[in-house]
Design a protein around this ligand. Sequence first.
Ligand code: FNR
Length: 362
Amino acid sequence: MPEPDQLPRTLNGYYQLARERMTPEHQAYFLAGAGDEKTLSANEAVFHNAILTPRVLRPLGGGSTEVKLLGQTLAAPCLIAPFAYHRLLHPAGEVATAQGAEAQTVKMVLSAQSSMDMNDVRAAGPGSDWFQLHWMGSRETTLALAKMAMAAGFAVLVLTVDAPVQGVRDREIEAGFQLPQDVSAVNLQQFAGPRFAPLEGTESMVFDRIAHALPTWEDVAWLVEAVQVPLLLKGILHPQDAAMAVAAGAAGVIVSNHGGRVLDRAPAPLHQLPKVVEEVGPDYPVLMDGGIRRGVDILVALALGAKAVLIGRPVVSGLAVAGELGVSHVLRLLRDELEIAMLLSGCRNIDAITRDMVHLKL
Ligand code: FNR
């Protein structure tokens, strides 16, 4: 672990040092995308192709990055994206991430595949009260997990709908990545996953077994009713699916392709974001993630209609480089860059960031 005065001083410094320090297996697990990694590259490329036209000479004093979202106040319009198995990167795992987030008053969305007990993570970062669910094979088991999270004090739920099966990640397969015995999804241990009967004849594992255990829009509407706390859907890319989410009673959507880890050739979330916002209207909570590497990227996403963004790989890097301190520092650097970008483009607060400022060059 580097001494505090030896920490990287820039975000790119973190990304580079994290790559140098991670084992090839961990690099493959945390940084790779599915297939040819076209979607993974597109996620970042679309940000690189955004053109941001600044405004000048506006009064900016007393500005702030604060936003209100789902009845909560966020100091800045970003959260830590749910990602699995933080203990692979640091012994204090999700507890370290929650503490680093707390130090910056940022919320972490805790993954269902957390490698630490959700109650310990809640205690380490009381401000982080969002929990991500996967569909657990049935309504009953999914609700049991949701209830466990609510009993632990989580107040917002995120149901991930874009990863019913793992994407084919060549780099991970080639690196032979396997979870070590002492790292697992501890919060899911008590739940029996769906059990599949052996395949017969020409049956397909995907269509004749797994697909039968997957949720539909009716299940989402049922879960929304059953949980009684705001439930967002994560992994929406098509505007019509966003409209279906509204109809099912979801409290919001997260435009995301799972960081390019599932369906290669899926579009970049930033590219879909304006179409989704157009479909559901400017007041519905639309968040996005995927490809954000700099503070200015947050500004671009907000200009295109996101109410807030989620940050994945940059936090992976902070945790890998320096645990809690690294997470906190990465979040601080992102926030500093966002504030500077806001000042330089003439935006004193988040409401001043408008659609006309950004042109997406495709
Ligand atoms: C993820 N992501 C993810 N999403 C989710 O809903 N549940 C999960 O358990 C995980 N696990 C996970 C592991 C790893 C290693 C990564 C990199 C990502 C997806 C994550 O929430 C988010 O959508 C992306 O990481 C956002 O893209 P960037 O910021 O990493 O480009």
